[in-house]
Design a protein around this ligand. Structure first.
Ligand code: GLU
Length: 425
């Protein structure tokens, strides 16, 4: 028998959770947050750790470890994706759950924050193994999820198909179809039009707004995209269709760059066929490190945490950093970028399009009434633009960067809900 259980011990030194807590501490000081509410918001409400036994294709039995963390539910049911990744850790999931609380509050959707994760390598698993893993994980966390309780969604390396298995498993346990238990589902079982591209579309809407504020022309503006998964790939496609020029793109294998603009359609076909952007003939090969520092106007980190650090922040050439990923910028790097006058559109603002259309999906499921894609995109745009300006107003009020501005709005909303509800018992 093989086991993946002991990996989390190695990764408990991951500091992303401390980073999330220290971001909250900073904002608590800034807005004069009540000390009791601050202490309350520093910790997750619930952490469920599960062991997931899976029969692999070889007939061998393998144990996996997973979690569902609910950070806060003061404003409504918990909401957040599920990540399948070999390096996922409890600290990371706790941080991501806390960020979901702030993200939902900033978008002003009636959800709290949650996140789930399983230590596994989906790229090395068959569809059947992935299905078994997903179904057993769903069954293990089913005691705390549900349309009124906690609603999972896709995240790194999880797909609409995986959401369909979650929906089916939960529904089979209850004896009837419950589409509202999960978002990011296929359209055929209650998914929403526009959800697949929503993170990228929302990100583009805030970049558009930032370009207007900075008085920069969109036509021909050079964009570099780090990460070519759901967020990065669609961001490249949508932004290139809107007149931006995609000059570099990368994934976990490496990247490609072309200062005259990459043929994004060709690049997407190449990625779909080969599994990577590397080896694409329409550009020069570059590393992920080079991509982050390349000559561009807009840098879109769309992969994992902690890629913009104190070490590389001084060399970033972009005028705008749009965080399609969660947690790509370390706090030390934030300070450097702010001092250099680079506008960072923080994750809880820039990638909130995904969870916003997840909210629309949940509303449609509960009402059993589905909307046109144009209506969804229109509603998304309104929310993103409003959040951008609310963030900016708070940043100006406190003379801080947009991350602190966004946190001031979000933490303020959650604190208000927490205080008005009072402490039970
Ligand atoms: N995983 C996405 C995020 O980090 C979407 C979450 C959701 O739709 O619930 O925002």
């Amino acid at each position: 028998m093989t086991t993946t259980l002991d990996r989390s011990a190695v990764q408990s030194s991951n500091n992303v959770w401390q980073m999330a807590q220290s971001q909250l501490d900073d904002v608590a000081r800034l807005i004069g947050l009540n000390a009791d509410v601050h202490a309350y918001l520093r910790e997750p409400k619930r952490v469920l750790e599960v062991s997931i036994p899976v029969r692999m294709d070889t007939g061998a039995f393998q144990m996996f470890r997973g979690w569902r963390v609910q950070h806060n539910m003061s404003r409504g049911p918990a909401k957040g994706g599920i990540r399948f990744h070999p390096d996922v850790s409890l600290d990371e999931i706790k941080a991501l759950a806390m960020w979901m609380t702030w993200k939902c509050a900033l978008a002003n959707i009636p959800f709290g924050g949650a996140k789930g994760g399983v230590i596994c390598n989906p790229k090395a698993m068959s569809m059947q193994e992935l299905e078994h893993l997903t179904r057993r994980f769903t069954s293990e966390i089913s005691i705390i999820i549900g349309p009124e309780k906690d609603i999972p969604a896709p995240d790194v390396y999880t797909t609409p198909q995986i959401m369909a298995w979650i929906m089916d498993t939960f529904s089979m346990q209850h004896g009837y179809s419950i589409p509202g238990v999960v978002t990011g589902k296929p359209i055929s079982i209650g998914g929403s039009l526009g959800r697949d591209k929503a993170t990228a579309r929302g990100c583009m809407f805030v970049v558009d707004e930032a370009m207007r504020v900075l008085d920069l022309p969109i036509e021909g503006a050079r964009v570099a995209v780090q990460g070519f998964g759901n967020a990065g790939l669609h961001a490249a496609a949508l932004m290139s269709a809107a007149g931006y020029r995609i000059v570099a793109a990368s994934d976990s294998q490496g990247g490609v760059a072309n200062p005259n603009g990459l043929d994004v359609r060709g690049l997407i076909s190449h990625k779909t066929e080969t599994g990577s952007v590397t080896g694409f003939s329409g550009g020069e090969r570059i590393s992920n490190k080079e991509l982050l520092e390349c000559d561009c106007d807009v840098l879109v980190p769309a992969a994992l945490e902690k890629v913009i650090t104190a070490e590389n922040a001084a060399r970033i050439k972009a005028k705008i950093v749009a965080e399609a990923a969660n947690g790509p910028t370390l706090p030390e790097a934030d300070r450097i970028l702010f001092d250099r006058g680079i506008m960072v559109l923080p994750d809880i603002l820039a990638n909130a399009g995904g969870v916003t259309v997840s909210y629309f999906e949940w509303v449609q499921d509960l009402q059993e009434n589905f909307w046109e894609e144009s209506e969804i995109n229109e509603r998304l745009k309104k929310k993103m633009v409003r959040s951008f300006h609310e963030t900016r107003a708070e940043a100006e009020r406190y003379k801080v960067d947009l991350r602190h501005g966004a946190y001031a709005v979000a933490v303020g909303r959650v604190a208000e809900a927490t205080s008005v509800r009072g402490l039970y018992p």
